[in-house]
Write a protein that binds this ligand. Structure first.
Ligand code: 5GP
Length: 341
C-alpha cells in the first residue's frame, strides 16, 4: 500500500453529503436531536420532511452498513443526512470534515479534491447562495492547488431552481470564488433533460467545467444519453450503460470517465468487478479518474479504490504498478482548470 499511498491522486467525484465521516455525522446528529427547533427546517423541494425518528433510523442504518437491493434505494438515504446539514454552521463543519478526510487522511490522502454539492435552501435559515458560500469558505481555506468546488444540479430540480443554481455558480465564479464546474446528479429516473442541456451549454460557454452523471442505469435511454452528450461535457460520472454509438463519441472526444468501482458494485449496477466498464477504457488507454462517490454509505476510500486496481484477479483488476501510475496521472490531468491559483 505504500506505493499507492505515495502516488499523487485526484478525487474528482465525491458528493459532500455522501462523504461525511461517520463520527462527524454522529456528532451532528446528537446536536440536531438536542435542538428540536431545527427538526423540520429542511423543508426543501429536494428532501422529504424529516422527523427525529428518521434521523435516528438513518444513522443506525449508516452505522450498521448499508445493503442496497438496487440503486433506487440509495437516494432514500439522503433526507436524514440533509436534516443534519441544513444550517451554515453545520455545513461548514461537514465540509471541513470531508476535506480533512480526503486531504489529511493518515493513509491515502489525495493531492487534490474537487468536492461537489447540491445547494439546498433551508427556509428562514439559509439561502442557496449562503449554502454555497459556507462550503466555499471551507474549500478556499485550503490551498488553491488542493481543493475546488463543483456545483451540482439535481435532476429533480424544477427548471427555475436549476437555472437559479447555474446562475449562482456563474456569479460566484465571476466573484473569484473557487467554483470550477457544474454537475448533473440525483435520481437517474427523474427530470426533463431538455431543460438541463440548455443550462449545461451555458455553463460551458461561461468557461465552467461540465460533468454529468450519465447512463447510470439500464433504464436511462440512448436518446437521453445522446441529448446529454450534445452539450459536450468534459467528464462523465459512471457512464455504465453507454451504447456503442455513445462510446464512439466519448472515445473520439477523449471525455474522461469518472469510475466509482465500489459504488457501482454496491448499487448493483455492475454485478462483478470483472464486468466493470473500467476494463473497456483501460484497454483503450482512455482517460479515467478513479473516485469514491460517497464514502459514508459505501465505507470506501481512495486508497481502497486504488487497492482494487492492484489486487490480483478476481478480487481486483490485477494492474501493474506502472498501469496504476498511468491511471493516477489521468485523474490528475482530468481536473477542471482552476482560474484562482
Ligand atoms: P450533496 O449534493 O447533497 O452534497 O450530495 C448528495 C447528493 O448527491 C444526493 O442527494 C444525490 O443527488 C447525489 N448523488 C450521490 N451519489 C450519487 C450517485 O451515485 N448517483 C447520482 N445520480 N447521484 C448521486
Amino acid at each position: 500500500l505504500a506505493f499507492l499511498d505515495r502516488l499523487p491522486k485526484a478525487e474528482l467525484h465525491a458528493h459532500l453529503n455522501g462523504s461525511i465521516p461517520l463520527p462527524l455525522l454522529q456528532e451532528l446528529a446528537q446536536e440536531y436531536l438536542s435542538a428540536p427547533t431545527i427538526a423540520t427546517a429542511n423543508a426543501d423541494a429536494l428532501s422529504t420532511p424529516v422527523v427525529a425518528a428518521d434521523v435516528i433510523s438513518g444513522l443506525q442504518l449508516l452505522k450498521a452498513g448499508v445493503i442496497l437491493d438496487r440503486i433506487d434505494d440509495f437516494f432514500g438515504l439522503f433526507p436524514a443526512i440533509y436534516a443534519l446539514t441544513s444550517t451554515p454552521a453545520a455545513l461548514r463543519r461537514a465540509t471541513r470534515g470531508v476535506l480533512s478526510h480526503f486531504l489529511d487522511g493518515a493513509s491515502g490522502a489525495v493531492a487534490y479534491i474537487e468536492l461537489r454539492t447540491t445547494p439546498r435552501e433551508t427556509p428562514g435559515v439559509m439561502t442557496r447562495r449562503e449554502y454555497l458560500e459556507a462550503v466555499l469558505d471551507e474549500v478556499e481555506a485550503r490551498a488553491p492547488d488542493a481543493a475546488a468546488l463543483i456545483v451540482s444540479l439535481d435532476r429533480r430540480m424544477e427548471r427555475a431552481v436549476a437555472q437559479e443554481v447555474l446562475v449562482l455558480a456563474m456569479e460566484l465564479r465571476r466573484e473569484g470564488r473557487r467554483v470550477v464546474g457544474v454537475d448533473l446528479c440525483g435520481d437517474p429516473k427523474a427530470g426533463n433533460m431538455e431543460d438541463f442541456v440548455e443550462l449545461f451549454r451555458t455553463a460551458r460557454a461561461e468557461g465552467l467545467g461540465v460533468t454529468l452523471h450519465i447512463a447510470e442505469t439500464r433504464e436511462n435511454s440512448a436518446a437521453e444519453t445522446v441529448k446529454l452528450l450534445s452539450c459536450e461535457p468534459q467528464r462523465l460520472g459512471h457512464a455504465t450503460f453507454l451504447d456503442d454509438q455513445a462510446k464512439e463519441l466519448v472515445l473520439a472526444r477523449r471525455t474522461c470517465i469518472e469510475i466509482c468501482l465500489t459504488s457501482n458494485i454496491l448499487c448493483k449496477t455492475v454485478e462483478r468487478l470483472e464486468d466493470h466498464h473500467i476494463r473497456y477504457y483501460l484497454e483503450r488507454n482512455h482517460p479515467i479518474a478513479v473516485c469514491t462517490d460517497d464514502i459514508l454509505p459505501f465505507r470506501n476510500s481512495v486508497l481502497a479504490e486504488y487497492a482494487l486496481l492492484m489486487a490480483p484477479k478476481p478480487v481486483g483488476l490485477g494492474l501493474s504498478e506502472s498501469e496504476i501510475e498511468t491511471v493516477a496521472r489521468m485523474g490528475m490531468q482530468s481536473r477542471f482548470p482552476n482560474p484562482t491559483p
